[in-house]
Design a protein around this ligand. Sequence first.
Ligand code: HEM
Length: 415
Amino acid sequence: MTSEQSTADYIRLLDPAVRPDPYPLFARLRERGPFRIGTAPVVVVTGHADCTAVLRDPRVSVDRSLAKLQLGFMPIYDATKTTAEQVKPSFLFLDPPDHTRLRRLVSKAFTPRVVQRLEPRITEIVDDILDKYSAAGTFDAVTDFAYPLPVTVICELLGVPLEDEAQLSHWSSLLSRTLDPTSRQAPESRADPAELERAGTELSVYFERLTERRRADPGPDLLSQLIAAEDAGDMLTHDELISTCALLLVAGHETTVNLIANATLALLRRPAELAALRANPERAQGVVEETLRFDSPVQLMPRIAADDLTVGGISVDRGDLVVMLIAAAHRDPAVFPDPDRFDPARDNRHLAFGLGAHFCLGAPLARLEARVALTRFAQRVEVPRLTTDPPVYREHVNLRGPAHMPVEFAAVLPR
Ligand code: HEM
């Protein structure tokens, strides 16, 4: 019975009506504990200790080919191969040794020290965004404020022309829906598989063409470095180069926008927090970490059992999918006292960037972008006010964030 109730609640997470506040559902799911979805090869894990145990367990894998149930993935196009051969997963979906080799190739670009050097450029981009608004007025805190910063930064880092951004954003938004759970009982919540496949193919063709251009005319960007690594020998194959670019582009596009938007929403709903941040920019770091916990941009993470194991008293069979409800774990009172309270000062052991070998490579960059964006928003936007609360949410279940957030303000101060 408990499992049936939990399965029904899990499927309700797909209902767009739940999007403004899924947290009561997550709380119910966590209180009942881990469960199997009927007789399906899917186990859902909800508490902080169980999610942490799964993320640390060497018997779980990210390799979706091991799963008994076929999962969404990012298709990659290669004209010389048959459809069945075309799927080349990025290193997010690879185990060692391929994961280790590919991650190492790009990790140098994302170390805290290298990322720290981007702070002046990031501040300049945020100030340029805010400069467009000076007199009293209104802007959309998602499309006009949260969105342009991460997108500009990842395009500059990768060496992707900013004028292609609208097209890239369309593909990226579609492809990130492959990270959403699906259910036969809620077919209307599914993205169109043909549309997803087309987006994957078109994004790959785009990177094929860009790679050709960069090969002829290299720059200081990450793409040129990856091309040099491919040319240098056996460090990465051409397919791996394309799937790595697609991963970085999608990761750089989607999640950080949601972090900035979710944090801006939390501050607008708490004017005292916003005033405190304005008076003391040091508080930004706490606000960012608490947003990562309280309204996590990534709500769930999947793994595949590569062996039989037990999680929270539930048997998991080899090939089962294990879905970790990170958003539920983030409100676990065993780890976070008074978990429904937004408290930037709390000791924050959130799992928003994952844990272990696949810990988010872009975490230092995302943290820096969000810290600068929130600080400049607090310092420069006078008397901001949400005009619609709750805002309209994106259709995505896993990568959570508002689609639009109109804000009125008295003025934007000069920089
Ligand atoms: C707030 C922003 C972000 C959040 C919440 C986030 C979250 C995550 C999470 C949870 C994972 C691990 C997934 C898993 O273990 O299954 C991950 C992996 C990854 N993220 Fe992020 N991410 C963010 C921003 C970024 C940015 C800006 C980049 C880079 C441009 C990036 C690049 C990556 C990459 C390459 C991986 C794969 C790491 C691996 O498999 O070794 N992320 N991210």
